[in-house]
Every structure is written in structure tokens, then in C-alpha cells.
Design a protein around this ligand. Structure first.
Ligand code: ATP
Ligand code: MG
Length: 393
């Protein structure tokens, strides 16, 4: 069966009371934007539901792939539309639909009709009875089970009649743009794309920053991060990725600070730059992929010292309590894993010491950073001023 109409199911945004329409309108906007280029689609909101309709040919799989990645959508129902408001036509349409979707073999079903259009003369209970009878007559192997049917057939009578029974799951969450903006520190690893995904899923629009270290890191490593940004953007919408050339800053730290403290001091510097870019771009949050205890720079003591590098934006770490395998599973779901494990070096691994401190002390680190005063400021300035911006979409 070729579908040209979809009902979009959403859950949590339905609980937002008076602000509900803000969430719904945002979701409609995302749906329109995401389907652009795949055909002529209309999307609109009506009586607490969102409908999508194609008025030209389109590729069903592409459209479904896009729709099922939009945050806020819990499920997408392909709808068989009957244009005649006539009980006989509804019965015939329902039989045709079931035959097409499930065949003529043994199935249990239940009809669940809703008559939103009160001008239609048959009430929902009678629609259930009449259409149920039509199905039993036309498909003798089918039987009714009102308690636990295999096929729950929804029939909605509006200006036209919608018949559907399948829900293709979406990612859930809230429409991006309904909860402010964050800046994700996006590296080429497994964790940070998952972290950006998780925060975007709560409705937060995303920017991202990547610290690049040419020639110590290759063009391919940078391309990999852009690709990861694109994968996350399939869910999160357009992501502006700020690419910072961090090489000179890193070398300055390397030359002036104890090597067992390099990772911590570099991270602090990255956070400061991310905060500056975030504030300049109206972000309220920083998002990173740390998980407690995963590596030396992610002990509680390290996170404490890193967080003290900045004082305005809070740092969100949605992976903090996850095991590596849980993060990997999530990356596989999202579709970022295969790209994340491509073997290109990242800027931290090159400057990393064999025995980094695992329990840094804030005052010691601040003491070491004094060696940078008068040397690093200009390099940071230049790195920020010469940022490259890539739109990931
Ligand atoms: P990931 O898998 O996300 O790369 P990781 O396990 O390699 O994380 P770290 O290298 O300690 O962990 O980095 C911790 C977090 O710091 C990352 O999740 C990311 O948010 C940020 N980060 C690290 N390196 C970079 C970089 N070069 N550019 C931007 N952010 C970075
Ligand atoms: Mg990494």
C-alpha cells in the first residue's frame, strides 16, 4: 500500500499545559524542514494531533528515516485515507487496508473508531460494529478479540476518514529549540556524539566545538568530526561546528607545564574557549562526553579541577554514570559508532603523558598554569579569532 498521509504521535509535549502549542509548532517546523527535498509535503497541527501529507511522489523509506529521527516524535502511523464520508466506503476501505497490510490469513483484530466529525451520522460504537462486521464477512479467517487483539485498527472520522494500525517508533524526547541552546565539545570519539545527542533529545539546540591540532592530527580526523556532527544533526537539526586550531596553544602548554598535568591543563583551556564561544552564541550549557573513571582525566578529582576552569556556563555530562558498553550501545543505536571507531588520532592522545596525574589538586594546577601567563593569551585569542565554522546538516 502506498501511503500519502501520516499521523505523528508525540507524548511528552502533550504534558506542557498552556505552552503545548509552542512545542507542537516547533515540532511541525522540524518536520517540514526535515522532509524538504524529499517531495512536496504538508505538515500541520489539528485538534492536538500532527498530520503529514505528501502531494507528490516520494521515497517512503527516506521519509520514514527522517521522520523517525525527529526529537519529540514517539511514533509515526502510516494512514490509509478514505475520502468519502460513508459507512460503506469505510468498511470497504478497512477490508482493503487489512488485506494489503496483513493478508487474508488468521488474525485477531479490534476496531477502535473515533468520530471527531459530529456531522457524520454514525456514532463510534456503531462504526465499530458495522466495520467489524464488514471485515468478518470479507475476511473469514479474521476474528475479533476485544481484549488483546493482534491488530488494533484505529479509525478516525474527520473531514476524511483515517485508518491505521501500525506505529513506527520515533526517538521520543522534546522538539529541538524548546529548551535553549548548548555547546557540545565534540571530539572524534564515541562518547561526545552520544552526549550531544542526549542533550539535544531534551529539546536543546546544539552548537559544537572541535579542537584540531594540525599537523599532529590529520585532515581525516577533522573530516571524521564533521561527519559525526552530521550524524547527530539528523536528530538535533543543524549544528554549527566551530573548529579551533589548537596546535599553538597545546605546544605552549607542552613547553611550559609539567607533562603529567598536560591533559588536565589542556582540558581546562578547552573548556575556557568553549565557554567563550558558547557565551558569544547565546548558549546556556556546555556538553561533554565524560564518564566518571573512564580515563585519568575523568576521575572525580579531575572533573573538579576541570570544572573550576570556568565559572559561567554549567557543564552537562549525560554519559557520566554510564558504562562504556552502555555508551557504545547508544552510539550503535544512533548510528555514530562506526564513524567514531575510525582510527584517526585525536589531539589529546598525541600530547598525553605516560603517567598523567589521576588526582590533581586545584592549587597545584593553578600554580603550573602561572607559567603560561603572558604567553598563552595571545595564542588563545588567535585560535578563537581564526575559527572555522562548518554547518553540519
Ligand atoms: P570521546 O569518546 O567523546 O572522545 P574520551 O573518552 O576520548 O571522549 P576525553 O578525551 O577525556 O574522553 O575527553 C572527554 C571529553 O572532552 C570528550 O567527550 C569531549 O566532550 C571533550 N573533548 C576531548 N577532546 C576534544 C577535542 N579535541 N575537541 C573537542 N572536544 C574534546
Ligand atoms: Mg576522545
Amino acid at each position: 500500500m502506498n501511503y500519502d498521509t501520516f499521523i505523528i504521535k508525540y507524548a511528552e509535549i502533550g504534558t506542557k499545559g498552556k505552552n503545548r502549542y509552542v512545542f507542537e509548532d516547533m515540532l511541525v517546523k522540524h518536520i517540514r524542514r526535515r522532509l524538504k527535498g524529499l517531495g512536496d509535503f504538508e505538515a500541520w497541527r489539528e485538534y492536538g494531533r500532527i498530520y503529514v501529507k505528501a502531494s507528490s511522489g516520494y521515497d517512503y523509506r527516506d521519509a520514514m528515516d527522517r521522520l523517525t529521527k525527529i526529537f519529540g516524535i514517539v511514533g509515526v502511523c502510516p494512514v490509509h485515507v478514505i475520502r468519502e464520508l460513508d459507512i460503506k466506503a469505510i468498511g470497504e476501505g478497512c477490508v482493503e487496508y487489512l488485506k494489503d497490510e496483513y493478508g487474508e490469513g488468521r488474525h485477531t483484530f479490534k476496531i477502535r473508531a473515533r468520530r471527531n466529525n459530529k456531522a457524520f451520522p454514525v456514532n463510534s460504537q456503531d462504526i465499530n460494529m458495522t466495520v467489524g462486521g464488514d471485515v468478518l464477512d470479507a475476511l473469514p479467517e479474521y476474528s475479533v478479540d476485544v481484549h488483546n487483539p493482534e491488530i488494533m485498527v484505529d479509525i478516525e472520522v474527520r473531514n476524511e476518514v483515517y485508518i491505521y494500525s501500525k506505529v513506527i517508533p520515533g526517538p521520543g524526547g522534546l522538539p529541538v529549540g524548546t529548551n535553549g541552546k548548548g555547546i557540545a565539545l565534540l571530539s572524534g570519539g564515541i562518547d561526545s556524539p552520544v552526549a550531544a545527542y542526549m542533550i539535544a533529545k531534551r529539546g536543546v539546540e546544539m552548537e559544537a566545538v572541535y579542537f584540531n591540532a594540525p599537523p599532529y592530527t590529520s585532515e581525516r580526523a577533522k573530516k571524521k568530526v564533521i561527519d559525526l556532527g552530521r550524524i547527530v544533526s539528523q536528530y538535533a537539526g543543524v549544528i554549527r561546528l566551530h573548529i579551533i586550531n589548537f596546535t599553538d596553544v597545546q605546544l605552549c602548554i607542552y613547553e611550559n607545564c609539567p607533562h603529567d598535568e598536560l591533559t588536565i591543563i589542556m582540558k581546562r583551556c578547552m573548556y575556557r574557549i568553549a565557554e567563550e564561544i558558547g557565551l558569544k552564541n547565546d548558549c546556556q550549557l556546555i556538553v561533554t562526553g565524560e564518564s566518571i573513571g573512564q580515563v585519568s582525566s575523568q576521575t572525580a578529582q579531575s572533573l573538579y579541577v576541570i570544572d573550576h576552569a570556568i565559572n559561567e556556563l554549567p557543564v552537562m555530562r549525560p554519559c557520566i554514570g554510564m558504562d562504556k558498553q552502555e555508551i557504545v550501545d547508544r552510539a550503535l543505536d544512533i548510528g555514530s559508532y562506526e564513524t567514531s571507531v575510525l582510527p584517526y588520532e585525536d589531539c589529546c592522545t598525541i600530547f598525553v603523558d605516560k603517567h598523567p596525574v589521576t588526582k590533581p589538586k586545584l592549587d597545584r594546577i593553578e600554580e603550573s598554569e602561572k607559567n603560561l601567563v603572558g604567553k598563552i593569551e595571545e595564542l588563545v585569542r588567535k585560535a578563537v579569532d581564526t575559527e572555522e565554522i562548518v554547518l553540519c546538516r
